[in-house]
Design a protein around this ligand. Structure first.
Ligand SMILES: [Zn+2]
Length: 367
């Protein structure tokens, strides 16, 4: 029997499909092995506990109160801690992440006071439950209704004292208001008083909204540029409006390495030399330090993707201010730990600090 070319191709593709099938079966068996083989990060011969400060989750019951549900690229199903925690733990094991500090991106800033109260209570309870279920692997930032600053202060206190949460996660702006606006002082005062970290994560309703026409087109620019821009603006106002002078004990941690701010810090300083008339001061008078000095008192995740960018960030703000961030479950990186291990120009002590030691101190994580 002669084999036609067509038959040959069919047979071959059938055989390849068979191979692919075997391949999938092998892959399906892989997770169990990966789970057993948790990556342990070692620096200078010592096991280092690693902490990821930028890890998202969501509470489906709280989303429902805002008429939202899990599904699609934004509200990814794996944001759920109730149903997808094994997937998350597997990813953490594979990537060498020992502890995640969970946060929920605010989508409730337009909610009225009663609804906001319900959403926050539900979320903070569920965050506490998720941490209690795997206390070695998770801590969490409380959610707060920052559109009602007095309520947000109460929610932060309750989150920390009643639920054991380690700080608060907030957006880079609140319904168009800058977080440096004096109306937010009750919240900042409470955060300073409790000595807890405030994790600032940009929102799609911030700078990307104002610039939406210019951030259209190819390239995912509303996030790639819009998100770090939102953080850049938020931090700049905290500096220039004097919020960081008014509350010098604040522990701010900014997502995405503080946006563009630490990569162009010199410009923040030189603006006031160039136009002192535009730098007369904010609500509390002139700021007390050089703008770039404030950058060295805030904390940042290391989501900058190249060792050279981490080296530069450390040079600008200090390695002591940097913390690992992955943005899980959004697939920006799976090599956040390697990024730190591969950064040159920093010491092994710096690497240990960035990988987890600093976050453990800030978030009260036991060794
Ligand atoms: Zn994020």
């Amino acid at each position: 029997m002669t084999t036609t070319r067509r038959e040959f191709l069919q047979t071959t593709s059938g055989a390849l499909a068979g191979l692919a099938f075997v391949g999938c079966e092998l892959m399906a068996a892989a997770p169990a092995r990966a789970q057993a083989r948790r990556r342990e990060v070692v620096v200078s011969g010592k096991r280092v506990k690693t902490v990821d400060v930028h890890a998202h989750c969501a509470v489906p019951e709280a989303l429902a109160l805002m008429n939202l549900k899990l599904g699609g690229p934004l509200y990814r199903p794996d944001l759920s801690m109730a149903t997808e925690v094994s997937t998350r733990l597997r990813a953490m094991d594979e990537q060498g992440i020992d502890v995640e500090a969970l946060s929920i991106n605010p989508n409730w800033y337009t909610a009225d006071r009663d609804l906001a109260r319900q959403i926050i209570k539900l979320q903070n309870e569920k965050l506490a439950e998720a941490c209690a279920a795997n206390p070695e692997r998770f801590v969490a930032f409380a959610t707060v209704a920052l559109q009602y600053p007095d309520l947000a202060a109460e929610q932060l206190e309750e989150g920390v004292k009643k639920y054991g949460l380690r700080g608060a996660g907030i957006g880079g702006s609140v319904n168009g208001a800058e977080i440096s606006d004096p109306k937010f002082h009750p919240f900042w005062a409470k955060a300073e008083q409790l000595g807890v970290v405030v994790f600032i994560h940009p929102q799609g309703t911030g700078a990307p909204t104002d610039l939406q026409n210019r951030l259209k087109g190819n390239g995912y620019l509303d996030n790639v540029i819009g998100n770090p821009l939102e953080t850049t603006i938020a931090l700049s106002h905290l500096i220039f409006e004097g919020t960081l002078d008014k509350f010098p004990g604040l522990r701010i941690c900014a997502a995405h390495a503080g946006g563009f701010l630490p990569s162009y810090a010199g410009r923040s300083d030189h603006g006031c030399f160039t136009r002192p008339d535009r730098c007369a001061g904010g609500p509390y008078g002139p700021i007390k330090k050089k703008p770039s000095e404030y950058l060295k008192q805030m904390y940042y995740d290391t989501m900058v993707f190249t060792p050279e960018a981490v080296r530069h960030l450390a040079a600008e703000v200090g390695a002591s201010q940097l913390l690992v961030g992955t943005d899980y479950p959004y697939p920006w990186t799976k090599t956040a730990v390697d990024l730190i291990l591969n950064t040159s120009g920093v010491s092994d002590d710096d690497r240990v600090a960035m990988l987890g030691a600093t976050a453990m101190k800030l978030l009260g994580i036991k060794a």
